[in-house]
Design a protein around this ligand. Structure first.
Ligand code: URA
Length: 237
């Protein structure tokens, strides 16, 4: 089946404590944040935080962690029944039948892209280029290109550091303006400020992250965070 022939994605609506994946306290209103608490994910995140981790290893850890995040984010993908032949006879199986579009926010999002594609190889890829002003932390768009069919796909936005939420919200707004209806956000570290900003604008967008950190500092960096993700990924410190 060609990617463009896959069925439109309709996300199931979930409420209640199960809405979170291993997480902090329950709230009155379900918070669409899935915290990936798997010990392997938490160890990988610890390596990413560590200033002693050099770029080549940072890339590897980011990849491995992104596979775990993406796997959780794709947990409810619809499937269709198929039958295959094992050496001993026919066996019932499934095939993922949803259309998925992955959209990394350049440049840091590229550090998660291949990992997400390893989980959903049939996915198509769009790109958003956002430049963060270092003094104001305001994001401005310099590039955007998407495959057709945003409206009928699960759109997976990949942005490793959810800090102020400015770039995530700008990206989600752009995707929504191009027709995207079902969107998820995958990140490596989230700040409470960023989660609130996404929730305020897109209450239906579920966020997948292994960590909700303490706060933002005066320069809008996540504390404790891991520093500048793109710089650590590409060695541009
Ligand atoms: N972007 C990063 O790379 N790190 C932060 O802490 C915040 C934004």
């Amino acid at each position: 089946m060609d990617a463009s022939e896959r069925r439109p994605y309709h996300s199931p609506r979930r409420v209640g404590p199960a809405f979170r994946t291993g997480t902090a306290s329950d709230t009155v209103r379900p918070v669409p944040v899935h915290v990936i608490s798997h010990p392997v994910a938490q160890e990988l995140l610890t390596h990413l935080r560590d200033t002693r981790t050099p770029s080549p290893l940072f890339r590897q850890y980011a990849q491995r962690l992104s596979v775990l995040i993406a796997t959780e984010a794709m947990r409810d993908l619809p499937t269709e029944a198929v039958v295959v032949d094992t050496p001993l006879g026919p066996a019932n199986g499934v095939k993922v039948s949803a259309s998925v579009i992955v959209v990394p926010v350049l440049r840091a999002g590229l550090g998660m892209l291949d990992a997400v594609l390893s989980v959903v190889p049939h996915a198509r890829v769009g790109h958003i280029g956002l430049q963060r002003d270092e003094t104001t932390a305001v994001a401005s768009q310099y590039y955007a290109k998407f495959p057709a069919g945003l409206d009928a796909s699960l759109v997976v936005l990949v942005d490793p550091m959810l800090a102020t939420g400015g770039s995530a919200v700008a990206s989600l707004q752009l995707l929504a303006s191009r027709g995207a209806q079902r969107m998820r956000l995958l990140c490596i570290v989230a700040a409470p400020e960023g989660i609130q900003e996404v929730e305020a604008h897109f209450p239906d967008v579920e966020i997948y992250t292994p960590a909700i950190d303490s706060h933002l500092n005066a320069h809008k960096f996540i504390v404790p965070g891991l520093g500048d993700f793109g710089d650590r990924l590409y060695g541009t410190m």
